[in-house]
Design a protein around this ligand. Structure first.
Ligand code: PMP
Length: 304
């Protein structure tokens, strides 16, 4: 997806012009994937632009960095303020926001501990990641032959850049096969995530989603949807899911910051169908919540 240029990118405490936001080719992270990142969205709300669950994203960024001993010289409050300032300075109502903490220039080799840790935050306008049609009518999914990284290989709980080569393998495989999004199984064969989304199934009115211990990312959208579903009176169970649970689901959907809430119409050519009532009810509340239009979830919208 092409990036739309805006004015500024925040780099290590400074607002830098878009075209001057550069790094050296010998940056450690470029060679070894030694970076961690976040994906956040800001939405237009009646009170002005607001970043959805910004504090929780910045907290997860710190946890991702902790796994790789990446200490950065900014507090969570600093990064929260920097994100808000960046959205403001770029005069955006709504946008995607990408903070990146990365091992910088000056050291090479696989002991990164003395390499600098740099931080940047970028943002740009970004539409529906899996398409508006997908949000309305659902998308096709296929189980990838690539297994999701194991916690003892590269902990999926850390949103590390290097991890996403795993997602890229899965995504490219299923796109080339003619499907919209991947389903990744863990090494035990249990369902974990999409390439960049969590996953829910609905069976007999109950929602199921894989536990993080199976390899699912602790998604912030996932957490929001669990709250929304509970508030709507649904039971949500975190339990193992096997691929036939997807085939035999009454409804299924992906969740994520980029994707938002995207119904799954079929998995491995087994038809689930058009978005069902549970998915639609959750979508309706969620899309109100992110735009600051739902009184119960105003706290999630952090005004810039
Ligand atoms: N799983 C994976 C593998 C992801 O990359 C993402 C996107 N961060 C998600 C799930 C969804 O997480 P969130 O709702 O916090 O964006």
């Amino acid at each position: 997806m092409p990036i739309t240029e805006v004015k500024k990118i925040w780099m290590n405490g400074k607002m830098v012009d878009w075209h001057d936001a550069k790094i050296h080719v010998l940056t450690h992270a470029l060679h070894y994937g030694s970076a961690v990142f976040e994906g956040i969205r800001a939405y237009k709300t009646p009170e002005g632009p607001a970043v959805f669950r910004l504090s929780d994203h910045i907290k997860r960024l710190r946890n991702s960095a902790k796994v790789y001993f990446m200490d950065y010289g900014f507090t969570d409050e600093d990064l929260i303020q920097a994100t808000k300032d960046l959205v403001k300075v770029n005069e955006l109502d709504s946008c995607y926001i990408r903070p990146l903490v990365y091992r910088g220039y000056g050291e090479m080799g696989l002991n990164p501990l003395s390499a600098d840790v740099d931080v940047l935050i970028a943002c740009w306008p970004w539409g529906a990641y899996l398409g508006e049609e997908g949000i309305k009518h659902g998308i096709t999914a296929k189980v990838s032959s690539f297994r999701r990284i194991d916690s003892n290989v590269m902990p999926p709980a850390s949103k590390a850049s290097g991890n996403y080569l795993n997602s890229i393998l899965a995504k490219v495989e299923i796109i080339k096969a003619g499907y919209n999004e991947a389903v990744l199984l863990n090494t035990q064969g249990l369902v974990t995530d999409g390439s960049g989304e969590n996953l829910f199934v609905v069976k007999d009115g109950v929602l199921y989603t894989p536990p993080t211990s199976d390899g699912a990312l602790e998604g912030i959208t996932r957490d929001s949807l669990i709250t929304v579903a509970n508030d709507l009176g649904y039971t949500v169970v975190e339990d193992h899911i096997v691929r036939s649970d997807l085939y035999l689901a009454d409804e299924a959907f992906y969740s994520g910051t980029a994707a938002e809430v995207v119904p799954i119409r079929e998995v491995d050519d087994r038809v689930i169908g058009e978005p069902g009532p549970v998915t639609k009810a959750i979508q309706e509340v969620f899309f109100k919540a992110i735009k600051g239009e739902h009184p119960d979830y105003k706290d999630w919208c952090e005004l810039v």
